[in-house]
Design a protein around this ligand. Structure first.
Ligand code: ADP
Ligand code: ADP
Ligand code: ZN
Length: 220
């Protein structure tokens, strides 16, 4: 399949499979995969000023302030690897972020081509997040049951150790779902009104979601 130039947003609640699908789609189509959650966790690991200020928000399952996240994305979009196109995974998460992004991209003459909404029922999200395993070395994501690594506790790609994110605890997951409903869900109609939104049934298997994504984006 030929690579396609797309500037995409993957939008959806925590655990919907945005990161899993973004990693696969970016690899297949030569796009940059930009996850604000991953960028923030790297900042945390490196103890940067952004990481230190973000930590408390992330631990509580609430959003890091818009100006911090928007500046981080602005810097990341300067990298050359975004030129063939990019997938924003987990950004924007507020109408303020969406607005700032639209203005930045207009200035760069690289508007969004599509926003994909990943829909999954809340009960299923809780199960997905409770079993999520993340590689401490390369960031690849697995699931204890639905997407198990070949060897227990070890990443298939880099042999790194797998861990459960501290914000995937039940209490923080409930806070993150509430944050999603209140602050991020309004973006669905915001993007629908701008004719950019495509809905995907993300409750299916990883392969079936990938197929749905393929069909949804192929005629773009
Ligand atoms: P998000 O980036 O939207 O928070 P992830 O891609 O990290 O979601 O996926 C959350 C968890 O659900 C991970 O453990 C992942 O392996 C698993 N997962 C992802 N997609 C599916 C799917 N279609 N069916 C079942 N489990 C999935
Ligand atoms: P998930 O994969 O479950 O959707 P992420 O890894 O994207 O979670 O995000 C983890 C945490 O990082 C969020 O709970 C939030 O505190 C912070 N975060 C990530 N992206 C953003 C964003 N666009 N705006 C504000 N905070 C963010
Ligand atoms: Zn790994």
């Amino acid at each position: 399949m030929s690579p396609r130039s797309h500037n995409l947003v993957f939008l959806g609640p925590p655990g919907a499979g945005k990161g899993t699908q973004a990693a696969r789609w970016a690899l297949r189509h030569g796009l940059a995969h930009i996850s604000t959650g991953d960028l923030l966790r790297e900042n945390l690991k490196d103890q940067t000023s952004v990481g230190m200020m973000a930590q408390d928000f992330m631990d509580r399952g609430v959003l890091v302030p818009d100006d911090v996240v928007c500046q981080m994305v602005r810097d990341r979009l300067e990298h050359q690897d975004t030129e063939p196109g990019f997938i924003l995974d987990g950004f924007p998460r507020t109408v303020g972020q969406a607005d700032a992004l639209a203005r930045d991209l207009a200035r760069r003459h690289r508007p969004l081509t599509r926003v994909v909404s990943f829909a999954v029922r809340e009960e299923d999200l809780v199960v997905r997040l409770a079993g999520r395993l993340t590689c401490g070395r390369c960031g690849r994501v697995f699931h204890q049951k639905s997407n198990a690594p070949k060897a227990q506790g070890v990443c298939d790609d880099c042999d790194g150790e797998l861990f459960s994110r501290s914000d995937d605890s039940e209490e923080t997951v409930l806070a993150r779902l509430a944050t999603y409903r209140e602050e991020t869900a309004p973006l669905l109609s915001w993007y629908r009104d701008r004719d950019l939104l495509t809905d995907i049934d993300a409750s299916q298997s990883i392969e079936a979601v990938e197929g749905a994504l393929e069909r949804a984006l192929e005629c773009q």
